[in-house]
Ligand binder design. Structure first.
Ligand code: SF4
Ligand code: SF4
Length: 290
């Protein structure tokens, strides 16, 4: 199995445009959208949901109004101001610490499993896809990302497909670490701006730490040729293969508006750049087992 993760140091670098373009290159693959905080791959790939699964993680307090004597102890002790004046738990503020349950003399405050979102198994025109949605104000996106990765792997095994293409989480926090775990290749999409270069370097430190083979794809390369030179120098110094450069082009946006990848929208123009890049990625990806 080859699991290839496309990541970026921050959102807005064109990562999802790249993933949607690669989705249609080469033989069928399974797609995984691990950008669960701002999932948008579905806008281009328009998946047909086959089944929906609840995602439960952690705990949430609940106060039974029939048992509550309104003594106020729970509210006084809740450090997160998650209990209203009429002793109702404000779910969006509850951190699941369990203090209210501990202090309640009546057993009225209890901890219950928390439903944080949903994940979906879907079909797209490029193959199966696993994607998810975190509930509003919910956290634990790292755990949801791990679920998406695992389910995508299992779907690939079930379908006899040997490649999973992952739209990874942006940034360098827990969700991106969950996106990268045991990946066979990480492709960092970065644009030539000062902050994006810094983000690229930070995310590269992460892939280096986890010993994941890494490549860099420079997007919107023509907006600042001097910074592109700097990025190439960083890649050279750190022996990171450069996958390629993409121009800044309004056709990416036009394609998105039409719900198409750039390969579908402009197959004889920019779209031509992607199939050779996919072949290079496959050649650099090591096989993974889970
Ligand atoms: S579990 Fe913790 S955060 Fe949630 S309501 Fe109880 S005391 Fe407050
Ligand atoms: S501590 Fe228990 S009884 Fe007292 S207000 Fe809170 S839930 Fe009600």
């Amino acid at each position: 199995m080859k699991e290839i993760v496309v990541i970026s140091g921050k959102g807005g670098t064109g990562k999802t445009s790249v993933v949607s373009a690669l989705a249609g290159c080469g033989p069928q693959k399974v797609l995984a959208d691990c950008d669960v905080d701002a999932a948008d791959l579905h806008l281009i790939l328009q998946p047909t949901i086959q089944d929906t699964h609840e995602f439960w993680s952690g705990e949430l307090a609940y106060i039974d109004p029939a048992a509550c004597i309104q003594c106020g102890l729970c509210q006084e002790n809740c450090h997160f101001h998650a209990i209203s004046d009429d002793f109702v738990v404000l779910n969006e503020h509850c951190e699941g610490c369990g203090v209210c349950e501990h202090v309640c003399p009546e057993g009225a405050a209890v901890m219950r499993p928390r439903m944080c979102g949903e994940w979906y198994r879907s079909d797209t025109r490029h193959g199966g896809m696993i994607h998810a949605e975190l509930g509003i104000g919910e956290e634990n996106s790292g755990k949801l990302v791990s679920t998406v990765r695992k389910e995508a792997h299992d779907l690939a095994v079930a379908q006899g497909v040997d490649t999973v293409l992952v739209d990874g989480s942006p940034g360098i926090g827990c969700p991106v670490i969950a996106s990268l775990t045991n990946a066979g290749l990480a492709v960092i999409v970065a644009e030539p701006t000062i902050s994006a270069i810094h983000d690229m370097e930070r995310v590269h430190q992460l892939t280096k730490h986890f010993k994941i083979p890494t490549m860099v794809l420079i997007n919107k390369a023509d907006i600042n040729p001097d910074l592109v030179k700097e990025m190439k120098k960083y890649c050279q110094t750190n022996t990171i293969p450069l996958l390629g450069t993409l121009p800044y082009d309004s056709r990416f946006t036009q394609a998105q508006v039409r719900g198409e990848s750039i390969v579908e929208f402009d197959p004889e123009g920019i779209g031509k750049l992607f199939p050779p890049m996919w072949d290079i990625m496959l050649a650099h990806a090591k096989n993974t087992s889970a």
